[in-house]
Design a protein around this ligand. Structure first.
Ligand SMILES: [Zn+2]
Ligand SMILES: [Zn+2]
Length: 241
């Protein structure tokens, strides 16, 4: 009975992931076509600024979410513990497990998160006047870039753990540091996993480490709540060894 319920739950999750990936990729294609149709030369400087800001903010958000799940809370917490915190903690114990996840499993959850901004953008393309869209253009490029990097964060993270069989264009993007390079991400995988949390482009890891950003934030939270960073992670890692 329990087994069949579990199997049902897994099939439901898989179905949800498929739906999110299909919807998300359709919206990305739809929005990209509209952005290309609206492109004007005079927008170039603002668009470039928007794209860089989008990539930076996506990287920061990936770091913030990753740091939160690695550092605080317990795997035993109801709902978030199992669904959200545990995968991050397990990833430290078996970093290559992620490379055995297929495309749908890797990207399903992030596609769910970025559906809303993508839908909102598609809605604007359908309803706003051409003048209003022209005015909004650099902002929409910023949102689009942020959403693209957000959608592909898990895929980029998976590639950073993949040492064989990566397509040439992926290793080039890693070598040029457009996406998280493999050697760069290895720094995070040294226990106790207290730095280099950003996993999208990794651009912010060095500057954030330099100013002690995560350490300061942890000190602040410990001062306010009395909770020790990574206390549960250390207990949990000991237990399952
Ligand atoms: Zn981690
Ligand atoms: Zn990793």
């Amino acid at each position: 009975m329990l087994l069949s319920l579990q199997a049902g739950g897994q099939a439901g999750k898989r179905f949800q992931e498929w739906c999110c990936v299909i919807l998300c990729f359709s919206l990305i294609a739809h929005n990209l076509v509209h952005l290309l149709l609206l492109a004007r030369w005079e927008h170039t400087p603002l668009v470039m600024l928007g794209v860089i800001a989008g990539a930076l903010i996506a990287d920061f958000l990936s770091g913030l979410v990753h740091w939160g799940a690695d550092t605080w809370g317990s795997v035993e917490l109801p709902i978030v513990g199992k669904a959200f915190i545990r995968p991050f903690r397990e990833h430290h114990i078996d970093p290559t497990a992620i490379t055995r996840h297929d495309f749908i499993e890797t990207n399903g959850d992030n596609c769910l998160v970025t559906l809303l901004p993508l839908l909102n953008m598609a809605y604007k393309f359908r309803t706003q006047s051409p003048e209003a869209l022209e005015h909004l253009y650099p902002w929409e490029c910023f949102v689009f870039c942020l959403t693209i990097f957000g959608t592909f964060t898990n895929q980029i993270h998976k590639w950073s753990h993949t040492y064989f069989g990566l397509p040439r264009w992926v290793t080039l993007l890693q070598d040029w540091h457009v996406i998280l390079p493999r050697k760069h991400h290895r720094i995070h995988h040294v226990s106790p996993h207290e730095t280099y949390f950003c996993i999208t482009t990794g651009w912010l890891n060095y500057p954030l480490e330099k100013i002690g950003f995560w350490r300061r934030l942890e000190d602040l939270i410990q001062g306010l709540t009395g909770e020790k960073p990574r206390a549960d992670d250390m207990k949990w890692a000991q237990k399952i060894k």
